[in-house]
Design a protein around this ligand. Structure first.
Ligand code: ASP
Length: 442
């Protein structure tokens, strides 16, 4: 079988929420025979006030586990699937499958099993409609007894299985434990399944179909109609998603990153839009059109500000400060430092109520001349692989902020020159993002 030019296509819940949406997905699959492996989510929302099937399943499990009547919710779930089957004009009878799930609920089955049925049933429907074989994810995706994903075992078993298939539908979101019981990934986990299948099938491209045409340079709630991102590297994406931008499940990056497979985020409702390509960092990657790929930020941060004369000559000062933070079970976010000053940026939620203890312990351990905890800090990351070696990027960021009269409280640039992080007062956050965007979105 030709191993070149083939793709895994993962469809999110909104792309498969109804028969109408499923028809679009099927048209996309059929339009390109290299779209060989299909990973479906459970049916998502058909309209904004709708409920995702996964949430109905979680509800039905909760009701049955608390001894409540769960028939109404169960009927709602069945209706969602029956409506899809009818809308697709299929003969498929799911009643035997519904009975198994119903019996399992009566028998006190696990939440993971019930939650996973959303993808399982959608997978059965899609496989039948497409005429593709159905591969139960429980047979090819494995977790150890502690519930940790077994990447290598999964890859071995799945690649052997897929090598024999021209096409297959593999439901997203779950796998199995050593005792055979179903275990799910965290919410949104079908993205991970798509990446696992992509790696095992050694595809050229992992297409992730959703309801947006890829990533935007900046949050559209802050900037009106921002430009889309055409190409982003895994590392840039990691920086942006850490800062709060999100379309894709973070763990989904790892399996494909290992295999150096690009991901293309595409829009099921606008299949002709190019979407965003997420790619490994390649030397050959063409120079981006803009030095800045994306801008994202986070509010709710706090800053420990430390000063000590001759800090630069004292060995272990930073270590002692960080040791206290670690001993208190707090993780730090950033560490911008000067000659005699050091700042530690922490998430406000992590240190609320612990400020006094933190100050006392740092004073005892490191004897700073000055220590204060400042609050209401927002961080903005300006991320771009095009920044490395392009002089003047930082000064453009600072000038854009200065022009708007925004005070910069902190600056941090990693030596990778992939991003510049500035700290501003929380009330300036949106204004600062707009100013930086306006400067770089030419
Ligand atoms: N259906 C699951 C959820 O809603 C998994 C997924 O869609 O990726 O979280």
């Amino acid at each position: 079988m030709n191993q070149l030019h083939h793709k895994v296509v993962k469809f999110g819940g909104s792309s498969l929420a109804s028969a109408e949406q499923i028809k679009k997905a099927v048209a996309i699959i059929r339009a390109d025979e290299t779209r060989r492996f299909v990973v479906p989510s459970a049916p998502g929302k058909r309209f904004s006030a709708d409920t995702k099937v996964t949430d109905l399943l979680i509800k039905v499990h909760g009701e049955s586990a608390s001894g409540l009547d769960f028939e109404k919710t169960f009927a709602e779930i069945k209706a969602r699937y029956n409506e899809i089957v009818d809308g697709l004009g299929m003969e498929l009878d799911l009643s035997a499958e519904f009975k198994i799930i119903h019996d399992q609920l009566l028998g006190g089955t696990t939440l993971d099993y019930v939650a996973s049925r959303g993808e399982y049933l959608n997978g059965l429907i899609l496989a039948a409609y497409l005429g593709f074989p159905f591969i139960d994810a429980a047979e090819v995706i494995f977790f150890d007894e502690n519930g940790n994903f077994e990447a290598e075992l999964t890859n071995r078993v799945m690649s052997r299985r897929l090598a024999r298939q021209k096409n297959a539908v593999i439901p997203g979101f779950y796998g199995s434990l050593p005792n055979g019981a179903v275990k799910t990934f965290s919410r949104g986990g079908s993205d991970i399944t798509g990446a696992i299948v992509a790696r095992a099938a050694k595809v050229d491209l992992y297409e992730n179909w959703t309801d947006v045409s890829g990533f935007l340079m900046v949050d559209p709630r802050i900037v009106n109609d921002p430009k889309p991102i055409e190409v982003i590297t895994y590392r840039e994406l990691r920086e942006l998603s850490y800062m709060g931008a999100s379309v894709l499940h973070e763990d989904a990056i790892f399996p494909v990153k290992v295999a150096r497979i690009p991901i293309n985020i595409k829009n099921t409702n606008r299949p002709d839009d190019g979407g965003t390509f997420i790619v490994p960092t390649e030397k050959s990657l063409k120079q981006p059109s803009s030095v800045v790929t994306g801008i994202a930020g986070r509010k709710g941060l706090r800053l420990i500000h430390l000063e000590k004369d001759m800090m630069n000559q004292e060995i272990g000062f930073g270590l002692r400060v960080l040791q206290v933070i670690a001993d208190m079970g707090i993780s730090f976010e950033h560490l911008p430092s000067g000659i005699d000053t050091m700042c530690v940026v922490l998430s406000g939620a992590d240190i609320d109520g612990k400020e006094e203890e933190l100050i006392t312990r740092i004073k005892e351990a490191a004897h700073p001349d000055f220590i204060a905890i400042e609050d209401a800090l927002a961080l903005i990351a300006v991320v771009g692989r095009g920044m490395a070696g392009t002089p003047g990027t930082a000064s453009r960021v600072f000038q854009a902020l200065a022009k708007e009269d925004i005070n910069i409280r902190m600056i941090d640039q990693g030596s990778s020159e992939l991003n510049i992080i500035v700290g501003v007062n929380e009330p300036d956050f949106e204004k600062a993002i707009r100013a930086i965007y306006a400067e770089f979105a030419e």
